[in-house]
Design a protein around this ligand. Structure first.
Ligand SMILES: [Zn+2]
Length: 181
């Protein structure tokens, strides 16, 4: 893949006109397989999006249900480094047959398309409003130097030995200090 290249978000449009003309209860499984960088919104790109959606014709429109695996490069909330955040989105959303905001904020367009992009954008933003870290053992930033503790090996607080320099220290700690130096 070329650097900076990405799949266009129009690929997230699905033609459902044929399902609409069939009666309620008819369903179709749609595989979702994007293994490259994919634009979802002006400011949102995913690294991968995979899974499947079941589209079911209901009285009100088309119900989209399924689980999608998302990979998204974002900042760690602890150390601020970028990492690939992977998570599953459980989708269950009605695309109303007619633009009627009392039933759903999503609707089938006049050409018979549904557009998954605004739905995905909303779901990803909700998911990522929760704290996410690059690794459960991420040590974050030093309160003293501001350095990334995952990289520098600095301790979070001043070492006991630094604070107590010159004082008699516990012999067990002295052994530890020898091991460390
Ligand atoms: Zn981190």
């Amino acid at each position: 893949m070329l650097p900076g290249g990405y799949l266009k978000k129009r690929l997230l449009r699905i033609q459902v006109g044929y399902l609409l003309s069939e009666g309620p209860g008819n369903a179709k499984e749609i595989p979702i397989t994007f293994s490259q960088r994919l634009q979802v919104a002006d400011e949102l790109y995913l690294d991968a999006l995979n899974g499947k959606l079941i589209l079911t014709r209901t009285k009100e429109g088309i119900l989209a249900q399924g689980a999608l695996q998302v990979a998204h490069t974002r900042e760690c909330d602890r150390c601020l480094d970028t990492f690939t955040h992977t998570f599953t989105l459980d989708v269950a959303e009605l695309f109303a047959a007619h633009s009627d905001t009392s039933k759903s904020v999503f609707f089938i367009e006049s050409n018979g398309d549904i557009d998954l992009a605004p739905l995905l954008r909303e779901e990803v933003l909700i998911e990522e409003s929760y704290r996410a870290v690059c690794n459960n053992s991420c040590r974050g930033l030093s309160a003293i130097s501001g350095n990334n503790l995952n990289e520098t090996g600095e301790s979070r607080e001043p070492l006991e030995s630094e604070a107590d320099e010159g004082l008699v220290i516990d012999p067990r700690l002295a052994v530890l200090k020898q091991l460390l130096s």
